[in-house]
Write a protein that binds this ligand. Structure first.
Ligand code: FMN
Length: 167
């Protein structure tokens, strides 16, 4: 028999840690100042129109700009980007200081794109919904830059991991 445990916030956190997630940096441009944060809560929504959702803590530094400009980039990280994943979730280094101009360029829409990302999705926010402490941003994907030969970075059980095929 499988044991089921009534949910506590700790159990919920533990459960979500077991859900492996691709690691992204979601970034924005606020009047020429770049902002961004590390995220795993990014998920494909529909094919037509091509769209995704991103779930962002309303206290995150980039949240206000995401809401106001309605333009974001989703930069899918490679296994060589653990330094960036840590930097963009750091409590010491914030805002534009996280961006090194040699690693980022500005897309035509104004959002920052990580030069050696696995993929960059240039998105327009079409709807925002508040749920608890988070906003769910519904985004339409307008442009993409792809470098699919690179290898992804995954977060699982509080560790950054690389993936490999099972067969
Ligand atoms: C692997 C990983 C995944 C994360 N995923 C999310 C996420 O999906 N949404 C979110 O709001 N914060 C997420 N965070 C936390 C933010 O990256 C972190 O709180 C960041 O410092 C917020 O930006 P700020 O410091 O500019 O406010 C994640 C952190 C890590 C390390």
């Amino acid at each position: 028999m499988i044991t089921e445990t009534p949910i506590s916030s700790e159990m919920f956190k533990q459960s979500m840690r077991l859900l492996a997630g691709g690691v992204c940096i979601v970034a924005t441009n606020s009047n020429g100042e770049w902002h961004g944060l590390t995220m795993t809560a990014v998920c494909s929504l529909t094919m037509d129109p091509p769209s995704l959702i991103a779930c962002v803590n309303r206290d995150a530094g980039a949240h206000g700009t995401m809401s106001a400009t309605k333009r974001i980039s989703v930069n899918v990280l490679t296994r060589d980007h653990t330094d960036l994943a840590e930097l963009f979730s750091s409590s010491n280094i914030k805002g534009p200081q996280r961006f090194d101009n040699e690693r980022w360029l500005e897309m035509a829409s104004g959002v920052p794109a990580l030069i050696d990302a696995l993929a960059v999705l240039d998105c327009e926010v079409i709807q925002e919904m508040t749920v608890g402490q988070h906003s769910v941003f519904f985004c339409e994907v307008k442009n993409v830059r792809l470098q699919p030969s690179r290898k992804p970075l995954v977060h699982f059980n509080r560790e950054f991991c690389a993936v490999q095929p099972v067969c």
